[in-house]
Design a protein around this ligand. Sequence first.
Ligand code: NAD
Length: 254
Amino acid sequence: MGIYALTGGATGIGAELRRQLLNEGHNVISVDIQEGDIIADLSTPDGRQLAIDEVRARAPDGLDGFIPCAGLPPVAKPLSLVTQVNYFGVVATVEGLRDLVAMKRGSILIVTSNSAPMIDTEDVYVQACLAGDEATACADIEARDGHTAYAGSKRAIAIWMRRNVVDYAASGVRLNAIAPGATLTPLTERVMADPELGQIMRDFADNVPSGGTAQPDQIANVMRFMLGPEASFIYGAVFFVDGGSDAMLRSDEF
Ligand code: NAD
């Protein structure tokens, strides 16, 4: 059986993936700010380093997979927290654990979103993220809106993943992303409760081709497949698991 590390394992999609991996008999190291094997705040450089050091101590022989699943919604405040956790926390932990995953020729699965294509790659915020300029990205987003903070962080992390596929493959690591649509988790509940974004999200969910929202297991099932041996030729994919919303919005693009 394998050994996996994930972040954001306390609730929602991460908690369901953790449950499924444990159920299959794997060892799982869970990093989260609330509850887990390792308590770390991934919005800060110190928290990210703590997470990396503690995972390394628990998996000295390598990891079969790493899933940086922790994320904050568009209603988080300040907005720069979204940038820090959803983009910079992900890049730092992936880079910090890459060699452990390489030791087992394992897989890293980024969690982006069906909202990622809604923000242009050329957006200054996305570009600041991709340039690795956390201070500029955080300063820029404070003057903007939650949707841009969230979807832009997810756009940037998906592009970061695509840019790094060749390099990671050369060291034996398979890099991919999943792009969930609206899924019933505490994150979604926070958005639904927002006076402005709540109604927008409900209207959006009503119009998704499948109708409604996903349950966390509908996302985690696909994540487990993407991490496992049956997906061994999948590299650099952004796998939309969104009830058809991306196909509805961008029919001619893939
Ligand atoms: P969730 O809120 O249930 O889980 C997120 C987890 O991240 C929580 O356990 C939380 O404690 C942890 N976390 C938050 N800030 C942290 C920090 N600073 N340091 C460490 N851990 C921190 O949300 P979810 O819906 O399960 O989201 C999981 C991932 O899926 C996120 O990256 C999210 O952006 C993405 N996603 C979710 C949806 C959705 O509709 N739920 C859609 C697309 C993408």
